[in-house]
Design a protein around this ligand. Structure first.
Ligand code: BG6
Length: 465
């Protein structure tokens, strides 16, 4: 087979999941905000399916990781749940079963030649910390998160050499404080801005702790996973361009700039100051952000953001919202994934690669998630019981082609992780849209490799396609 798109040596071919979406709640001593939301409002979840069992990874990690090896991957990201590892959030006292479980997962990854990438927060704030302190609104919670992170480094840092502080912190801001898709579903632009700052601070403080503990000397690295949804203006006129720049600063560079460069984008600061909604921050905190930038970046990419100048009336009744400055734009003729309702625009992979090369010091980065959620995949099952998900293979190929172009023009990308190895629980969408290389039968928890799982194995073996 001739290889048209060859990737750099030692490229990460992998896939990502998270603790709350794969493990199930078995033996967990605390509830996250999602556990709690499901307990009080199960009807908010597709078909009333919650996180209780998920894909049973707590019980089947041994077999699951073998399957992941079987489809040829060389790396795997999951997250350590704060609500599983820690017994006492204030002191950092650990839960012994949580320690046992994550030790096993890490050791099995290594046995299966899967490089473990461990993330520390994937939307799974302990609900007690919300009830007691207001969650990420509170700087005390930031400090409790550092206690948790230190525990993780202490317990697992000898074997885990790649850590990420957060997965998609911007989604916490949007989901919990603006657009009501994460518990507690608040609409409060002012709090959202404070949470944005506190999450940046939490990430920097965790990086500071990691440095202090000396892991870099042992080859350890720490980064962050950001969902970059590059903003494209409707047209090149000044109004559309300005609207798009503002949206980009709020949704993308608000985390990208501090993570990579240690400061906040000027355009965002100007707007927040002018509107009187800027966060509370001390000089010392700004110093910590300045001095503790990431070693590498994970980029989750699913869809672009398209923006036009504000045309609709801004609804003042909700108080300050970033939407004051732009409207979302539906580009005529856009390609859609109808199940998830997200635009498919693979060219963006190239734009991200070039943006990081030119504007972010060509930082080492990888695609930490990319994927296509599809509903009703059972209709593609062939006579041998295998899901023939050619649409997913095509989706990955197209995205990889544009990524390859970015790499061949010098962007410092070292890997490609898809979402997700084994179908997992998609928050309030539960198991509606499936993303995996490996299917899960929810009734039996039987796991079956899809056609895309065979395909990625070849790609990983050939380091290209
Ligand atoms: C990313 C998240 O936003 O996208 C994952 O990191 C999530 O947790 C994935 O599952 C796909 O989105 P969704 O909402 O379809 O599950």
């Amino acid at each position: 087979m001739s290889i048209k798109y060859k990737f750099p040596e030692n490229f990460w071919w992998g896939s990502a999941t998270s603790g709350p979406q794969s493990e199930g709640r078995f033996n967990k001593k605390h509830d996250s905000v999602f556990d709690h939301w499901f307990d009080i409002e199960p009807e908010a979840f597709f078909n009333g399916v919650g996180p209780n069992v998920a894909s049973n990874f707590y019980n089947s990690h041994k077999e699951d990781l073998k399957l992941i090896k079987e489809i040829g991957l060389n790396s795997f990201r999951t997250s350590i749940q704060w609500t599983r590892l820690i017994k006492d959030f204030e002191t950092g006292e650990v839960d012994e079963d949580g320690v046992r479980f994550y030790n096993e997962v890490i050791d099995e990854c290594i046995e299966n030649d899967l490089l473990p990438v461990m993330n520390l927060h994937h939307f799974d704030l302990p609900v007690e910390l919300y009830d007691k302190y207001g969650g990420w609104e509170s700087k005390h919670v930031v400090d409790l998160f550092v206690i948790f992170a230190r525990k993780c480094f202490e317990l697992f840092g000898d074997r885990v050499k790649h850590w990420t502080t957060f997965n998609e912190p911007m989604v916490i801001v949007e989901g919990e404080y603006l657009y009501q898709f994460h518990y507690p579903k608040i609409v409060d632009g002012r709090k959202a801005v404070q949470v944005m700052f506190n999450l940046n601070l939490a990430s920097a403080k965790v990086i500071e702790a990691y440095k202090e503990m000396g892991f870099h000397k042992e080859g350890g690295q720490i980064g962050i996973v950001l969902n970059l949804t590059p903003a494209y203006p409707r047209s090149n006129n000044d109004e559309d361009t300005m609207a798009s720049n503002i949206a980009d600063s709020y949704f993308n560079t608000s985390f990208l700039e501090p993570a990579v460069k240690g400061n906040f984008p000027k355009i965002l600061l100007d707007i927040l100051e002018q509107d009187g909604v800027i966060w509370q921050a001390t000089e010392k905190e700004l110093e910590i952000i300045k001095n503790n930038t990431v070693d590498f970046l994970g980029v989750n990419y699913y869809q672009p953001r398209r923006v036009k100048a504000k045309e609709s009336e801004f609804d003042e009744s909700k108080g300050w919202m970033p939407d004051k400055y732009f409207d979302n734009y539906e580009m005529p003729g856009r390609r859609m994934n109808p199940y998830r309702g997200w635009e498919i625009y693979p060219q963006c992979m190239y734009d991200i690669a070039i943006n990081l090369r030119d504007n972010y010091d060509n930082i080492p980065w990888y695609i930490s998630e990319n994927g296509m959620g599809v509903e009703g995949e059972e209709k593609y099952i062939n006579e041998y019981g295998i899901i023939e998900d050619d649409y997913r293979i095509d989706f990955y190929k197209e995205h990889l082609e544009y990524l390859h172009k970015g790499i061949s023009e010098g962007s410092n990308c070292f890997g490609y992780h898809t979402w997700t190895p084994i179908d997992c629980w998609s928050w309030s969408n539960a198991y509606k849209n499936r993303y995996g290389f490996i299917a899960v039968d929810l009734a039996t928890q039987k796991k079956t490799i899809k056609k895309s799982g065979r395909w990625i194995k070849e790609v990983a073996q050939n380091n290209g396609f």
